[in-house]
Design a protein around this ligand. Structure first.
Ligand SMILES: [Cu+2]
Length: 170
């Protein structure tokens, strides 16, 4: 069962007060991806930008950028007709706009490569990549379709994510 967004936001708000990054990863805990930006809005990012997790893990995005709203949105035709860059059998997600300190969670049971973006900042290269289990699972990998240049350059490679497990923003 997937919790409603409202429920997730309540949980996120409660947990945020004690948030310390980096946190140790426990199997039962969500893995957190921070949404950040410079005060003047000149740079925006997901951190980590690349992540390898086991199937069934929950990912939680948290907007820690006091000056901007962000989204965590799967590359999928159902999301603004963007190209499919998640496994074919996987459910697409779209957090909608997260205000500062809001959060959004999804659980990813299907193995493969998931690329996601921030709706207002895709052109600024605000994208990220999650690998669940094996990247070459039959469910597929990212399609080689045209994205904004800065977005394409921002994805860590599959090899790098598999080797290091987590890729912090540089
Ligand atoms: Cu953004």
């Amino acid at each position: 069962m997937r919790p409603s967004r409202r429920h997730v936001l309540q949980i996120g708000g409660g947990v945020l007060a004690g948030l310390v990054w980096p946190r140790p990863a426990f199997a039962a805990e969500p893995v957190e991806i921070l949404m950040g930006g410079k005060a003047d809005g000149s740079h925006v990012w997901f951190d980590p930008v690349g992540l390898h997790v086991e199937p069934g893990r929950t990912i939680r995005w948290i907007n820690l950028d006091p000056g901007n709203s962000h989204t965590a949105t799967a590359y999928h035709p159902k999301n603004f007709e963007r190209p499919l860059r998640i496994p074919e059998r996987a459910e697409p997600w779209n957090s909608d706009y997260l205000l500062p300190d809001e959060s959004f969670s999804v659980t990813l049971p299907v193995e493969g490569v998931y690329d996601f973006f921030c709706v207002p900042h895709e052109h600024a290269g605000m994208v990220g990549r999650i690998i669940v289990g094996r990247p070459n699972a039959p469910s597929g990998g990212p399609a080689a379709q045209a994205l904004p240049d800065l977005a394409l350059r921002a994805f860590p490679s599959i090899d790098e994510i598999m080797q290091r497990g987590i890729i912090r923003r540089t």
